[in-house]
Ligand binder design. Structure first.
Ligand SMILES: Nc1nc2c(c(=O)[nH]1)N[C@H]1C(S)=C(S)[C@@H](COP(=O)(O)OP(=O)(O)OC[C@H]3O[C@@H](n4cnc5c(=O)[nH]c(N)nc54)[C@H](O)[C@@H]3O)O[C@H]1N2
Ligand SMILES: Nc1nc2c(c(=O)[nH]1)N[C@H]1C(S)=C(S)[C@@H](COP(=O)(O)OP(=O)(O)OC[C@H]3O[C@@H](n4cnc5c(=O)[nH]c(N)nc54)[C@H](O)[C@@H]3O)O[C@H]1N2
Ligand code: SF4
Ligand SMILES: [Mo]
Length: 700
């Protein structure tokens, strides 16, 4: 019998639901995970990853010491396994990193450095990261996986209403009346949220409309399932809007009081009939009418969406087409309504909030606004760069063109998560310096010069902000492995060393004793966080921002009276086809995404017992397509695109429609991103991970 020595309350490190967990600790190990019954947002519920997937933190392959590449300086750099690195002291590794970053900064300027912060790390880690990048390296080239994720939702929502966060809270979900789930495989990717959504249907009679090409589990709870051809969302949502307008189902009062651009929008939308949309999307016109009526006639209706909407060359238009529907019907600003992009990573909301983006300081304050610039320059006691920096994919382009010479990657794995990996690797090969800070030796670390070992969520203090803007604590539960250090501490040390190498006086801005001090500094500069501090987070177990003062409760739903941009903006849209459509040579549409048991590049879950449940890569293929190609369930198949090829096991199932195959991107030995396309949405710069053309054949 193991005796549990202590139970530590923390926040799940996987997805944006932000479940509260109790870590049961014995002999410095997490031996069991449970959930407190009466605490938001999960009220005792956890999914399989929260309950059984935390074992990665004690995996023997955790990074324990700083590492330095043995063939330092050789170009083009080659990928190296662990044997290509030697153990180093913190002093040597940090000194080398600081020397190289300072040299590159002096020779080419700060903008020659590209940096990636982490939606897995805490708000405090990311605040210090961007402060170091902007204040010491002198560049705004800082971005993170949000760019590959909800970038298009953010861009669309900024245009339509001026804010991009989820507008309503998780707590409202179980009382929904009508709701749309589109491009979100909720039960596998936000499992605990999906239990509340299903409860709304099963216990309270809510009506669910699923709009998704795949037969995901949520379709089993749906009143209506619209199964569109991938990439045709704008047509479907435009036609829903057309029905709402032509049948007079729109909310006149709301439109008059709270929106602009309606007359022009109406003029342009009238040709987008359900029959037109059917010819493009394959969704029967009658189903589009039914969905429009159900959504518009409800007294409250909400929209939830995920990557099927955002990760598209038309991602911004997709998000705008959803915003148009909410503005038409006034289904926003009240309980049970709203525009709700479900945030993916545990702290992707927080990483963006904390300034991990190239154009804004913490709290979305523009770097090129003189007043804001002065506020931060004064507070940090440094000169800043007033030019917005580059986004993730623009940094790849700049590195390809030789304009970016160094990468600093903290807690991301671009060599699994970026599209068109062959190209992404090629870009890495030619950099002058690569610094990686992670908890594991991942695929990106193979290209590093210096690797710094960080502590995981279970070994440090800090905060994560979940999908409904709830700031919650993580707490140290077990000791750090080896010499691993907290991200923010590593960053403070590195920042001071780079300042010294650049011959600057220390700005004294990197001397925090505890993450609570970092939070307080950020909150003082960021009005919507000003009412939040660690004592309150302890006492209230999480607070929703915006929360402008200590006596405010926090805001569970937004936009009651007004939108951040003033009035909501209608946007007329045009349907456009995918960037690479199937042809004779590459006859299938490839869609990529997730399965319940794995996480992104697999760095965490493949080191967990979850890997025993789902140990290898699969390709979902429709039974008729499989029969035509003489492929049987479980057989190895080759999947090829114009970018690369992989071998995976066939999963013959009608979950994916005919003509489409689905591959999860979790498996390094069969990485889906060898196949994907790096063409992007022109405004949001997000790549299309949901539509490219591939060929499939049985492997011999
Ligand atoms: N188990 C697990 N959970 C996760 C993650 C993980 O890696 N593993 N990652 C987290 C992260 S960062 C994120 S961003 C979220 C993502 O969460 P989701 O967005 O739910 O994840 P995806 O698997 O990308 O699924 C997208 C959905 O879009 C559908 N789809 C495909 N093409 C189209 C289309 O053209 N239009 C529409 N409307 N739908 C389409 C797919 O069938 C699928 O149901 O998950 C988070 N949760
Ligand atoms: N084909 C395809 N590609 C996709 C997508 C898709 O749907 N299809 N989805 C995209 C989306 S939505 C996303 S969000 C991205 C995700 O892309 P990434 O963010 O690159 O993926 P992760 O695997 O989550 O990488 C997280 C890294 O952080 C490390 N880590 C964990 N905790 C800590 C910590 O506390 N500190 C530090 N320093 N490191 C830590 C992990 O070990 C891991 O190496 O992938 C994108 N790529
Ligand atoms: S739903 Fe998300 S936050 Fe909750 S236990 Fe599962 S992975 Fe963790
Ligand atoms: Mo994501």
């Amino acid at each position: 019998m193991i005796t549990v020595e202590k139970i530590v309350r923390s926040t799940c490190p996987y997805c944006g639901v932000g479940c509260q967990v109790d870590l049961h600790i014995a002999l410095d190990h997490i031996v069991r995970v449970s959930a407190p019954a009466n605490v938001a947002p999960n009220y005792g519920r956890l999914c399989v990853k929260g309950r059984f997937g935390m074992d990665f933190v004690q995996h023997p392959s955790r990074l324990k010491f700083p590492l330095i590449r043995k063939d330092l300086g050789e170009k083009p750099r080659k990928p190296a396994g662990l044997e290509g690195f030697r153990q180093a002291s913190w002093d040597e590794a940090l000194d080398l990193a600081a020397t190289r970053l300072a040299e590159i900064n002096r020779t080419y300027g700060g903008d020659a450095i590209g940096t990636f912060c982490s939606a897995k790390a805490t708000n405090e880690d990311n605040y210090v990261f961007q402060k170091f990048v902007r204040g010491v390296l002198g560049t705004n080239n800082v971005d993170h996986c949000a760019r590959l994720c909800h970038a298009a939702s953010v861009t669309g929502l900024q245009i339509a209403i001026g804010s991009s966060a989820m507008s309503n809270s998780i707590a409202e979900m179980k009382n929904l009346e009508v709701f749309i789930v589109t491009g979100s495989n909720t039960s596998e990717t936000h499992p605990v949220i999906s239990t509340f959504l299903r409860e709304a249907v099963v216990k309270h009679g809510a009506k669910l409309i699923v709009i998704d090409p795949r037969a995901i589990e949520m379709t089993q709870f749906a009143t209506l399932w619209l199964r569109q051809t991938p990439g045709t969302d704008v047509a479907v949502f435009q036609a829903m809007a057309q029905v709402i307008v032509s049948e007079g189902l729109y909310n006149r009062e709301f439109i008059e009081a709270r929106t602009e651009g309606f007359p022009q929008y109406v003029e342009e939308i009238m040709d987008s009939t359900p029959e037109w949309a059917e010819s493009i999307s394959g969704v029967p016109a009658e189903q589009i009418r039914q969905a429009a009526r159900l959504y518009a006639r409800a007294s409250a209706a909400a929209i939830y969406w995920g990557m099927g909407i955002s990760q598209s060359v038309h991602g911004t238009d997709n998000a705008l087409s959803l915003a148009n529907l909410a503005l038409l019907t006034g289904h926003i600003g009240r309980p049970g309504t709203g525009l709700n992009p479900l945030r993916g990573q545990n702290n992707v909301q927080g990483c963006s909030d904390s300034g991990g983006l190239p154009n804004v300081f913490p709290g979305y304050q523009p770097v090129d606004n003189p007043e804001i610039y002065n506020k931060f320059a004064r507070a940090w006691g440094v000169e800043l760069n007033p030019e917005p920096g580059l986004t993730t994919m623009e940094m790849v382009d700049a590195a390809d063109a030789g304009l970016i010479r160094a990468y600093f990657v903290m807690g991301e794995n671009p060599l699994m998560s970026e599209p068109n990996l062959r190209h992404a690797r090629h870009v890495m090969e030619n950099l002058d310096f690569v610094l990686v800070q992670d908890i594991f030796f991942n695929e990106t670390a193979e290209y590093a010069d210096v690797i710094l070992p960080a502590t995981s969520f279970a070994e440090k203090d800090g905060t994560f902000t979940n999908s409904d803007r709830r700031v919650q604590l993580v707490r140290p539960a077990i000791p750090a492995p080896g010499e691993a250090r907290d991200d923010w501490k590593i960053l403070c040390d590195l920042a001071q060393r780079v300042e010294a190498k650049l011959g600057r006086e220390s700005s004294a801005g990197f001397t925090y004793a505890h993450p609570a001090e970092i939070w307080d500094e950020m909150a003082a500069l960021t009005p919507p966080f000003q009412g939040i501090n660690y004592a309150r987070l302890e006492a209230e177990s999480g607070v929703h921002w915006p929360c402008n003062s200590a006596d405010e409760p926090g805001t569970p739903y937004l936009f009651t009276d007004t939108f951040p941009r003033g009035k909501g903006q209608f946007t007329p849209l045009e349907y456009g086809a995918g960037a690479e459509m199937p042809d004779d040579e590459y006859p299938f549409i490839l869609s990529t995404g997730r399965v319940l048991y794995h996480w992104h590049g697999g760095t965490l879950t493949r080191r967990s017992r979850l890997n025993l449940i789902y140990p290898e890569a699969t390709v979902e293929i429709h039974p008729e397509d499989a029969a035509r190609l003489s492929i049987h369930n479980g057989q190895k198949v080759k999947v090829r695109s114009r970018r690369g090829r992989i071998e995976v096991k066939a999963l013959v199932t009608d979950r994916s429609p005919q003509g489409m195959v689905f591959i999860p991107f979790h498996f390094a030995e069969a990485a889906a991103n060898e196949l994907t396309l790096d063409v992007r949405d022109s405004r949001a710069k997000i790549p299309d991970y949901k539509v490219c053309a591939v060929a499939v054949e049985a492997a011999v």
